[in-house]
Design a protein around this ligand. Structure first.
Ligand SMILES: Cc1cc2nc3c(=O)[nH]c(=O)nc-3n(C[C@H](O)[C@H](O)[C@H](O)COP(=O)(O)O)c2cc1C
Length: 191
């Protein structure tokens, strides 16, 4: 097997699958949703979540204005919805109407929460910084919406009940297998 070492960095962000989410936002009576694959938990206490959004996105304009955003995790059956909101612009259309997106009521913010989400966070913006061609938006999670029956008591996903959406890049979506290995770090760290 040949390993290529190169200073042409290429599409490095496609080297691993990433959970695809729908980031939601609202301002001045306008609601919007976009797909995002670049995002991460940042802190447990306070609970902080980061999303990486290009300033060209309509969603970014809404978040900059309202200082709030939502992060919605959808089951694999909803992958087409991710492609739809990731392939259309809120400057031109009302995506909630066009794609007939059902919502739940937010409790601590005014961001749209997707009814189809098995988990969703309402976030208040605490930082917004530019890195290269994207902005890293950090939000404090102020409310969590969670479909209790798809989680185990340890709050991991029960894969018999729901499959997450993983994005490979280049418009390819995949989900996880149920082949779980339990590798206790306390045991493995001491081998
Ligand atoms: C699977 C997928 C993942 C994406 N991830 C991101 C992302 O992490 N950050 C980003 O700025 N755009 C991302 N996009 C692109 C936006 O979703 C897309 O440009 C969308 O049309 C923006 O909509 P808006 O202008 O209404 O906000 C992704 C698109 C897809 C299909």
């Amino acid at each position: 097997m040949d390993k290529v070492i190169s200073q042409e960095i290429g599409a490095y962000y496609r080297h691993y699958p990433r959970i695809a989410v729908v980031v939601t936002a609202q301002a001045k009576g306008k609601d919007n949703a976009m797909a995002a694959a670049w995002h991460a938990p940042i802190s447990r206490e306070p609970p902080l979540y980061g999303v990486c959004i290009s300033p060209k996105r309509f969603t970014y304009q809404l978040i900059a204005e309202s200082k709030e955003f939502g992060v919605n995790f959808l089951p694999f059956a909803e992958a087409e919805l991710v492609a739809s909101v990731g392939g259309s612009g809120g400057y031109e259309i009302d995506k909630f109407q066009r794609f007939n997106i059902a919502r739940d009521k937010p409790v601590k913010t005014a961001v749209p929460i997707l009814k189809a989400a098995y988990a969703a966070y309402e976030c208040k913006l605490v930082d917004d910084r530019g890195y290269g061609d994207h902005r890293w938006l950090v939000g404090e999670i102020v409310a969590v919406h969670r479909l209790r029956e798809v989680f185990t008591p340890e709050e991991t996903l029960d894969l018999d009940k729901v499959s997450p959406i993983l994005y490979l890049g280049h418009e390819r979506y995949v989900t996880t297998s149920k082949d779980i290995r339990y590798l206790d770090r306390e045991v493995y760290g001491k081998r």
